[in-house]
Design a protein around this ligand. Structure first.
Ligand SMILES: [Fe+2]
Length: 307
């Protein structure tokens, strides 16, 4: 008597034509629906990629070695996988998918690796540039809701590079601690303002495998010049965002694809008292000329987003 399984009931062996279904059909019955969906898609796209590019053994080995090097480059203070996700545009895509906001609300962008919580709280008008480098800058604006109503007490948490293109945490002992970081509080009319220095572009860490990849791809590692903000208020969805200087040479080729049209800010130059009066600046205490940018933040209530 023939005891071999009926060929029509046997699972299939992996072939080029059926590889996705063979692998995905191995999943057990108790796999959560989300896990099933995610891993089915991972397998599907990985197999499609493999079939499309037909890697040689050497190329596949190189791919494995690259990912191994990315892992080995990670330390407590450096996350090369996040960098890889950033330069491939995936971080920004995840950011975009998870932050669909109503029209008129301030758009978000990537947090980046240099945020430090608990920055000093300052009164409006304070100067957060502690190393005195770069072109003086005044930042001013209002925090409102979608109807334009001020949100007094909203916190405006800011951080940026110095004029050498480094954050304070990258230059411990070189820059003063908390250089170019601070938290400001919106006044009764929603307004805030502070003094700083005009940010400049800077390269993402490019001395690891991701930097080598960028070089092979003919890409530079520079981020367009920007200032980071987290704006928050009780009852509102906090927004993590940047503003970008409108004159940066890398505005249209930010290494991590973080620029959005609505986040490009008009940095003016204030050259004389008449220009100062025209925009209503007083008590600036900077020698002219200096830079000036006005940027408002529009927050949404959680309910506005879930609608
Ligand atoms: Fe940054």
């Amino acid at each position: 008597m023939d005891n071999s399984p009926n060929p029509t009931q046997r699972p299939s062996f992996l072939e080029e034509q059926n590889s996705v279904s063979v692998v995905n059909s191995r999943m057990g019955n108790d796999v959560s629906p989300r896990m099933r969906r995610v891993m089915s898609a991972v397998v599907k796209h990985l197999h499609e990629l493999t079939i499309e590019v037909e890697p040689t053994h050497d190329e596949w080995k190189q791919a494995i070695e690259f990912l191994t090097e990315v892992g080995h480059t990670c330390t407590d203070w450096r996350q090369e996988f996040i960098l890889l996700s950033d330069v491939l545009g995936v971080s920004m895509l995840v950011e975009t998918i998870n932050s669909r906001r109503p029209s008129g609300a301030t758009e978000n962008t990537v947090l980046g690796p240099f945020y430090v919580p608990e920055a000093p709280r300052y009164p409006n008008g304070s100067n957060i540039c502690l190393d005195g480098k770069g072109g003086p800058l005044v930042v001013r604006g209002r925090v409102t809701d979608l109807d334009g109503k001020p949100i007094p007490g909203a916190l405006v948490d800011v951080w940026q590079t110095n004029d050498d293109g480094f954050y304070d945490v990258q230059q411990k002992g070189v820059q003063p601690d908390w250089n170019l970081r601070g938290v400001f509080t919106a006044e009764e009319d929603g307004s805030y303002w502070y003094r700083s220095t005009k940010p400049r572009f800077y390269p993402i860490p490019d001395d690891g495998p991701v930097g080598k990849l960028l070089e092979k791809l003919g890409r530079h590692p520079n981020r367009a010049a920007h200032i980071h903000f987290i704006v928050s208020a009780p009852g509102y969805d906090p927004v993590i965002t940047h503003i970008f200087t409108d004159d940066c040479q890398y505005l249209y080729e930010d290494a991590v694809f973080g620029v959005r049209e609505s986040l490009i800010a008009n940095f003016k130059t204030i050259s004389d008292a008449a220009e100062e009066a025209e925009v209503g600046l007083a008590g600036v205490d900077f020698a002219r000329p200096y830079h000036f940018v006005e940027t408002d933040f529009v927050l949404t209530k959680r309910a506005d987003i879930d609608l």
